[in-house]
Write a protein that binds this ligand. Structure first.
Ligand code: GH3
Ligand code: MG
Ligand code: MG
Length: 184
């Protein structure tokens, strides 16, 4: 029961509640020990068109396979989950911006390369990603991180989809150090 209450039934990923609990814990650790914390929102591109063209079941198949890609790319110290219909999050502790960019872009490329055989046709899908991060002594809450990640996601959509964008500077008083691609 405990486990079910924290699991998304379609994909088996962590649900919003589990993400909230995990993020809260990690953010307080990040604040105390000075490590960074990153949150990426992934939103499938033109997902409505996939449903409209091939049906809701095809859409569900894409959601499940994308969840598999996320799981395959999540280390035990990180978490991924489904927070809404076709919206997912990947939360990563530690690492600098370049590390996060590499990890998230690997997921983006895997989805782009994936073929979803469905009733004799091959369905393709892509996703856009918005990423927000924190490093410093005063942690934001999940809502604030999500808001920043969402703003970056909106930019990724506007600039053509199938891409990732960062919300910069990072939240927190050490966030400016992460402006560039390398840690200073
Ligand atoms: P964009 O690239 O701007 O994100 O376009 P979009 O079509 O993905 O965005 P929009 O928010 O308009 O559509 C999301 C669609 O996701 C609409 C909804 O029917 C579909 N959806 C939400 N949850 C599920 C689900 O559990 N299964 C399926 N098959 N579809 C879902
Ligand atoms: Mg959406
Ligand atoms: Mg979408």
């Amino acid at each position: 029961m405990e486990q079910l209450a924290r699991t998304d039934s379609l994909t088996g990923l962590a649900n919003r509640r589990a993400i909230e609990e995990w993020t809260k814990r990690e953010l307080s650790g990040a604040e105390r020990h000075g490590f960074s914390f990153w949150l990426a929102i992934a939103d499938l591109d033109h997902f409505k068109t996939i449903n409209d063209s091939y049906g809701h079941e095809a859409g569900d198949l894409v959601l499940k396979k994308f969840a598999g890609i996320l799981k395959g790319n999540t280390r035990s110290s990180n978490i991924c989950g489904r927070i809404g219909g076709e919206e997912f999050v990947i939360a990563l502790s530690h690492g600098d911006r370049a590390d996060v960019e590499i990890a998230v872009d690997r997921i983006r490329r895997q989805l782009e390369a994936e073929e979803f055989p469905f009733e004799g046709i091959v369905v393709k899908a892509t996703a856009s990603f918005g990423i927000a991060g924190f490093r410093g002594s005063k942690a934001p809450d999940l809502v604030e991180l999500l808001r920043n990640a969402d703003e970056a996601l909106y930019r990724a959509k506007r600039e053509g989809r199938n891409r990732l964008e960062f919300s910069l500077p990072l939240l927190g008083d050490d966030g400016a150090a992460e402006r560039g691609h390398t840690k200073s």
